[in-house]
Design a protein around this ligand. Structure first.
Ligand SMILES: Cc1ncc(COP(=O)(O)O)c(C=O)c1O
Length: 391
């Protein structure tokens, strides 16, 4: 056998974790996949893309993405109060690709980055490749506690530790907790970022999947000095499989980022399909349908937490894809998972979401993918396992 001379960063990867996701679980509360019955019909858009736009869609794409799509995105986020032009937009292969590029552009080994604890597990996986320190910041019902971040900065200064370069957050329907950061906290974060010279990375895939309540303007809409980098995606509003997302940032940042984009341009076929779909004015009505479906999914799952998991608690998120459930004290989410998998139910245990150490008694249940009937059946099975573990 070869003894492969892997780079040092490979040894930081928790390989067992990433290769252990079961592929044949019958009922999945695991991943933030789209509800199959709610995927849009893209046949017409694909047809136009492959006929009218054949010379464009079967060719290499412009490095920054299709200009018209970049303009569409600038006006789409403009509806939320983010004042940008197409020059601020880079098309990428999903928001995660955008995050990877942000890291490439700004992080050296040994740098520090602040994240909420818990945070999005795939972001943690990306950060692992950059040999950096993660500083975990507390949250409450108003989202990331900016004063906690400020205190951590002061504490690091006192001991001469490196200040973090960036803060990464999912402010709207946070993954995994479902929390939304208040407007006041968003403004405080931008002010702190300016004072301390921090970048803020705002990962905002779920903003339009709002079931109730009042939308909070994006962090980027409060930014006057270009310190906020936005990550957006069509994964949650059209289809995750098309792999089209965007980065919105100062044109200078976008220009540098293009230099690290090694994919030969994101796929022009899927970009054109999305653009045709958007130009036909279909996004808003499709999102309305998604909101109806997912709010029903959430209600079914939320109600069944109370009836099936006695002693567990969760907050009802106003949007997004997930319930973050606190199990009774002493219950280990990994043990619950191993028994649940045998019953055909999957979910993600607490440890996936904590940048450093965290409590073991939390689970993330995704309600997006399963039908209401499958959610009900899965929750009944989970309830049986839960009672065995509790008993
Ligand atoms: C916080 C967060 N960011 C980004 C994404 C999606 O990224 P992508 O566009 O790469 O599919 C998700 C999907 O689960 C997410 O939860």
């Amino acid at each position: 056998l070869w003894n492969f001379a892997y780079a040092d960063r490979v040894f930081a990867l928790d390989e067992a974790r990433w290769s252990s996701a079961p592929g044949d679980v019958e009922i999945l509360f695991l991943a933030g996949d789209a509800y199959p019955a709610a995927l849009p019909d893209m046949t017409q858009a694909a047809h136009v893309a492959l006929t009218t736009f054949r010379a464009e869609t079967l060719q290499y794409a412009p490095d920054r993405g299709l200009p018209e799509l970049r303009e569409w995105i600038a006006s789409y986020v403009g509806e939320e109060g983010v004042r940008i032009t197409a020059n601020h937009v880079l098309i990428v292969n999903g928001a995660k690709h955008g995050l990877d590029l942000v890291c490439r552009l700004f992080l050296n080994p040994g740098d520090a980055l602040a994240v909420t604890s818990p945070t999005y597990m795939s972001a943690l996986r990306i950060f692992q490749g950059f040999e950096i320190d993660l500083i975990d910041i507390a949250q409450d019902s108003d989202g990331l506690i900016v004063e906690d971040l400020a205190e951590r900065l002061r504490a690091r200064k006192r001991i001469g530790a490196r200040a973090p370069k960036m803060v990464y957050n999912v402010p709207e329907f946070h993954n995994p907790t479902g929390l939304t950061m208040s407007e006041r906290r968003r403004m405080e974060l931008v002010a702190l970022a300016e004072r301390e010279g921090l970048l803020v990375v705002e990962d905002d895939p779920y903003r339009r999947i709002r079931f109730e309540g009042v939308p909070v303007p994006p962090i980027q809409s409060f930014d006057e000095s270009g310190r906020v980098i936005g990550l957006g995606t069509f994964a949650k509003i059209i289809a995750p499989g098309l792999r089209v997302g965007w980065v919105s940032a100062e044109p200078e940042i976008i220009t540098k980022m293009v230099g690290f984009k090694s994919d030969g341009g994101s796929c022009p076929l899927t970009q054109r399909m999305i653009l045709e779909y958007c130009k036909a004015g279909r996004v808003d009505s499709h999102v309305n349908e998604l909101v109806k479906s997912y709010s029903l999914h959430r209600d079914v799952m939320f109600d069944m937490v109370t009836t099936q998991l006695p002693g567990a608690t969760t907050r009802k998120p106003e949007g997004g894809y997930y319930l973050w459930v606190q199990l009774p004290d002493g219950m280990d989410s990994e043990r619950l998972l191993s028994l649940a998998l045998a019953e055909g139910v999957g979910f993600l245990p607490a440890s996936w979401f904590y940048p450093n150490a965290g409590p073991p008694n939390y689970v993330r249940l995704a309600y997006s993918y399963c039908s209401p009937e499958a959610i009900a059946e899965g929750m009944r099975r989970l309830g049986r396992v839960f009672r065995r573990v509790a008993g």
